[in-house]
Design a protein. Structure first.
Length: 422
């Protein structure tokens, strides 16, 4: 058993509440369990209990064994001086306050309903794909649905941490922040960091001055990426190199180191050189992107902003100076979906929240509802349990559930887990 199960029992008062008394046989009544504290300090704040006719208001601390009070050195921490009740599974040692008075103690052993304990132990000991795999179907659909709605918001909120950081860094310039977030997404998992660093080192205002000269935008992108150093055989990279030398001098630009870019284990179509060429193509046509997204009436209008193809040179190249079989390399629909799910939807959500404009939060949800669910083994796992994601809204929520709750065995905080334990 983990201590978190005691927190759950206390929070939900799902233990035998009849004839409660402390280990010193004092009559005990719980008037309010207090507020659950997930940070440092006692486990519950502002609880109210009646002990032998005296009303106590203060904090409640919990342990499996009372001696853990000393093991955790609470006797030296003033944050625990106002504990009014020690709730434990077993009292193996009496605990005293610094003034010498004994802290009233309630033991829960023998008070936990057997069915509840059995179900909890089953969840705890399960080594299946998700701990509740054998009882997942028992949880009512309505609870699952409401919980997934909540998890989708939680996932978007997690992603907005990055956006708020970018916004702070670029002095609350929303367009610039969107540009940086989109850049991160272009890097997918492997080249996220260099793409973000590239965007931070190359402000939109510089790009805006050269938007109508596509080769200069591409020169700025590849030059800042640090990939225009070698002596080139092909005329196109040599031209980009000349352009970049001039522009870097003009704007005092400092390029990234080329070793930041990872090619290893990537298919040629996913090489950073191809992604950078696509990114440059996106930047050439990305004037007022945020405004266009905010005004877009349909998902197709948003998608259209990302339908770009790199310059002609990339038709038969994956890297500079290496000729390959001709193959067009536009941003694929699947790649655009990744950009929308991971970049645009969280951005809209955050923008709506910060500006107090509910409609943009709704726009984020609608976007996710219209985008197809991702395809991966995690979502296949949910499918075998009967939870098939119909769209990106549901798939994102299911990813959040598996990665943040099931894998971390947070069943007691999960609405499905709570339904199963009932
Ligand atoms: S976190 Fe929820 S869904 Fe996941 S295993 Fe636990 S109870 Fe089941």
């Amino acid at each position: 058993m983990r201590e978190s199960f005691l927190h759950y029992l206390w929070r939900t008062r799902r233990f035998d509440l009849r004839d409660l008394e402390t280990t010193q046989q004092q009559n005990l009544q719980i008037l309010h369990p207090g507020e659950y504290n997930t940070h440092s300090g006692p486990d519950f704040f502002n609880a109210r209990v009646n002990i032998d006719g005296t009303l106590w208001a203060g904090n409640v601390e919990m342990h499996l064994l009372s001696s853990e009070w000393h093991a955790h050195k609470h006797q030296h921490d003033p944050a625990y001086d106002s504990v009014i009740l020690h709730v434990v599974l077993q009292e193996d040692l009496p605990v005293f306050r610094p003034d010498g008075s004994r802290i009233p103690c309630l033991t829960l052993q023998g008070r936990i309903p057997e069915t509840l304990l059995g179900r909890y132990e089953q969840l705890e000991s399960s080594r299946l794909w998700i701990p509740c795999e054998t009882s997942f179907a028992e949880a009512p659909e309505i609870i699952k649905q409401q919980w997934l709605d909540r998890l989708l918001i939680e996932r978007l909120e997690e992603k907005t941490d990055l956006i708020s950081h970018s916004l702070l860094q670029c002095g609350n310039h929303w367009e610039e922040a969107l540009y940086q977030i989109v850049a991160r997404c272009f890097g997918l998992k492997v080249n996220t960091e260099p793409f973000e660093a590239l965007a931070r080192s190359l402000p939109l205002k510089i790009l805006a001055r050269h938007r109508h000269q596509p080769h200069q935008v591409e020169a700025l992108v590849f030059g800042q990426a640090g990939l225009l150093h070698p002596v080139f055989q092909d005329e196109w990279p040599a031209l980009l190199q000349r352009e970049y030398r001039h522009l870097a001098h003009k704007y005092e630009l400092v390029p990234l180191k080329p070793e930041h870019w990872k090619f290893f284990r990537l298919r040629p179509s996913g090489f950073p050189t191809v992604r950078l060429a696509q990114f440059a193509a996106f930047l050439q046509q990305s004037e007022h992107t945020l405004a266009k997204i905010l005004e877009a009436g349909t998902i197709e209008e948003v998608e259209q902003l990302f339908h770009v193809s790199p310059s002609d040179y990339w038709l038969n190249h994956y890297q500079f100076d290496k000729l390959s079989i001709p193959q067009p390399k536009p941003l694929t629909a699947a790649f655009v979906e990744v950009l929308l799910v991971n970049g645009v939807a969280p951005f809209l959500f955050y923008y709506g929240k910060q500006k107090g404009l509910e409609r943009h939060q709704q726009q984020a949800f609608a976007l996710l509802e219209k985008l197809p669910a991702e395809k991966n083994s995690l979502l296949d796992g949910w499918k075998t349990l009967g939870s098939r994601a119909a769209n990106a809204y549901q798939s994102q929520a299911l990813i959040q559930l598996k990665t943040r709750y099931c894998d971390a065995r947070r069943c007691l905080e999960c609405a499905i887990g709570n339904a199963i334990l009932k």
